[in-house]
Design a protein around this ligand. Structure first.
Ligand code: PEP
Ligand code: MG
Length: 589
């Protein structure tokens, strides 16, 4: 049994699928017959040639959209693709060891990584990252043709059991392609409760555990494993009694979820009738359908960076406009809060430069990056404003730290509107603009911020990591990234009070918004708009329906008196038990 961090609730018994990266298993795959080598080499050559053509297109587009210097990285990638050493070595591996092209590529990459492992210079590190990018690109073309996604029957021989992905880490850029795989659980060695792989598992409503040290060394593809996303446990090769006990829990959990979603058409309100808005956090178009299915009344946070992370090259203004329009049209009540780019930190795209920073989350991230690429930023603002004609649209700016930044952004929006008017391009005149309160400096100066913005959205995931100075992706400090803690609640109360005084609309869109114990306190503190992974909407609706405003206010009052996280957790655990013990399974312990 392994203990990790519970990141997405639920229990699943399944078959392990170990991956090094999303395009392949870690164990070398051999061809069934030696005569297949010729076809396999041809398949590999096609993937190389498609990659080269793709890179040529990207170079042209990035140079047009961002400037020639930004395209340099792809010129380097093209050189690597065209390098005969790579091709010759992969051919040799396929021929001599009868490997699949994908396995041969992986072995080539491992060899390359090993030879650079001890080199400290940044130049070689970056070169390594470039080779890795190129290999991922060629690999992704190989997986477009079978053998592609894992097939449960092939991998395990256990019939119907679903697959559980076991990986060292899942990068945000890879996370989206996981959407197409039939995965029922996720276990990673790295990451924490609000890392992006965790957010992805939650949005798909599948159980997940992160920060499980040593799991990749213990599990092989095909092993039976159990993921308990509430207690943060992973059981490897369990005995039959344990397996059947967990299968029972799994059935109960899914039955409960199926029952809860029946509340999708009911309005969200407390048991004494206070109106609440439950919105969805989405990353792509597919998520809007999930949001509609569970009864969210709008999208409270659309993370646009996923469009950039999954796009072939840089999405231009027209492509962005079309995508945002579709999102708006498919969203419940055509209500969408579109957040401008939040790249950097752990989400990088090569064309904005790959800087190695000692503290990427504290560095060149989010709106700071947009400021440095004004053309890119302006195009995004234009696309959002134009899409604003198709629904009720808000534009949200991430990681605002100072009032100067907010003023600069507001000025940019006004200038962009003037340009659109001058050009005669129609746009949504009533698009509201808002600030994500996720840097403590903005929370502390909230009064000044509120005077110059239409609305705010509290990004508790970042607010917590910056408040407690603990990286949200680092399992070693995960105990500090605890939402149920005195410092967090005090800051949140301060922000909520300021919004109440000024009548400013406020939403909380961090992961806390979908966690029952946090929601009990937040509702009592006056919050009325919660935005969360779609899968949690039915649970939070059921929870709020079983509590009165006065009751929740008492809980909040008490929480604000408590001095430690342990006390707050114990207190809210008891309150949740009283209010709705049935919903306890949706909160981690
Ligand atoms: C947050 O920080 O709480 C948030 C919602 O944004 P993200 O998780 O994308 O950083
Ligand atoms: Mg954030």
């Amino acid at each position: 049994m392994h203990k990790g961090i519970a990141v997405s609730p639920g229990v699943v018994v399944g078959i392990a699928y170990r991956v090094d990266s999303v395009f392949g298993t870690s164990e070398p795959q051999t061809l069934d017959h030696p005569e297949q080598t010729v076809d396999e080499i041809a398949r590999f050559d096609r993937a190389v040639s498609v990659s080269a053509t793709e890179l040529e297109g990207i170079i042209t587009k990035v140079a047009q959209q961002l400037g020639s210097a930004e395209a340099d990285i792809f010129r380097t990638h093209l050189q690597i693709v065209n390098d005969q050493t790579l091709v010759t070595k992969v051919h040799a591996l396929i021929e001599s060891q009868q490997l699949t092209a994908l396995s041969a590529l992986q072995i080539f990459l491992q060899g390359y990584a090993a030879s650079f492992a001890r080199v400290e210079q940044d130049y070689f590190r970056e070169r390594m990252a470039d080779v890795r990018d190129v290999i991922l690109r060629i690999g992704s073309h190989l997986t477009l043709h079978p053998p592609v996604a894992p097939n449960a029957a092939q991998t395990n021989g256990h019939g119907e059991d679903p697959l559980i992905l076991v990986a060292h880490e899942i990068l945000p850029s890879q996370a989206m392609s996981l959407g197409n795989l039939p995965i029922a659980g996720i276990v990673t060695e790295t990451g924490g409760g609000t890392s992006h792989a965790a957010i992805l598992s939650r949005s798909r409503g599948i159980p997940a555990v992160a920060g499980v040290v040593g799991i990749t060394g213990d599990v092989r593809s095909g092993d039976v494993i159990i993921v308990d996303g509430r207690d943060g446990l992973v059981l490897v090769r369990p005995d039959s009694e344990t397996t059947s006990a967990y299968r029972k829990l799994q059935r109960e959990f899914f039955n409960l979820k199926d029952r809860l979603v029946l509340n999708r058409d009911e309005p969200a309100k407390s048991s004494d009738g206070a109106q609440i808005e439950l919105l969805a956090n989405i990353n792509n178009l597919a998520d809007t359908q999930a949001a509609a299915k569970v009864g969210a009344t709008g999208v409270g946070l659309f993370r646009t960076e996923y469009l950039f992370l999954t796009h072939q090259d840089v999405p231009d203004e027209e492509e962005q406009y079309e995508y945002y329009r579709q999102i708006i049209e498919d969203s419940p009540n055509r209500t969408v809060t579109i957040r401008t780019l939040d790249l950097g930190g752990d989400k990088t795209v090569a064309y904005l430069g790959r800087r190695s920073e000692a503290n990427p989350f504290m560095g060149w991230r989010s709106i700071r990056l947009s400021f440095e690429h004004p053309r890119l930023f302006e195009r995004q603002i234009r696309a959002i404003l134009r899409a604003g004609r198709h629904g009720k649209v808000n534009m949200l700016f991430p990681m605002i730290t100072t009032l100067e930044e907010l003023r600069y952004v507001n000025k940019l929006v006004e200038e962009t509107k003037r340009n659109l008017r001058r050009e005669g391009v129609p746009f949504g005149e009533d698009v509201k603009t808002g600030v994500m309160v996720e840097v403590p400096a903005a929370a502390v100066c909230i009064d000044a911020i509120l005077r110059e913005t239409d609305f705010i959205s509290i990004g508790s995931n970042d607010l917590i990591q910056y408040l407690v100075a603990a990286d949200r992706d680092n399992p070693k400090v995960a105990h500090l990234c605890e939402p149920l803690s005195p410092a967090i609640f005090r800051v949140l109360q301060m922000v909520l009070d300021a919004c109440q005084r000024t009548g400013t609309p406020v939403t909380l869109c961090g992961e806390m918004a979908g966690q029952p114990r946090s929601v009990l306190a937040l509702f009592g503190m006056g919050l009325r708009r919660f935005s969360m992974s779609p899968a949690f909407v039915p649970t939070i609706k059921a929870l709020l329906a079983s509590v009165t405003t006065a009751q929740a206010e008492r809980f909040a009052h008490q929480v604000l008196q408590l001095k430690t996280s342990e006390e707050i957790k114990a207190y809210l655990t008891s309150r949740l038990h009283e209010v709705s013990s049935m919903l306890e399974v949706f909160d981690s312990v």
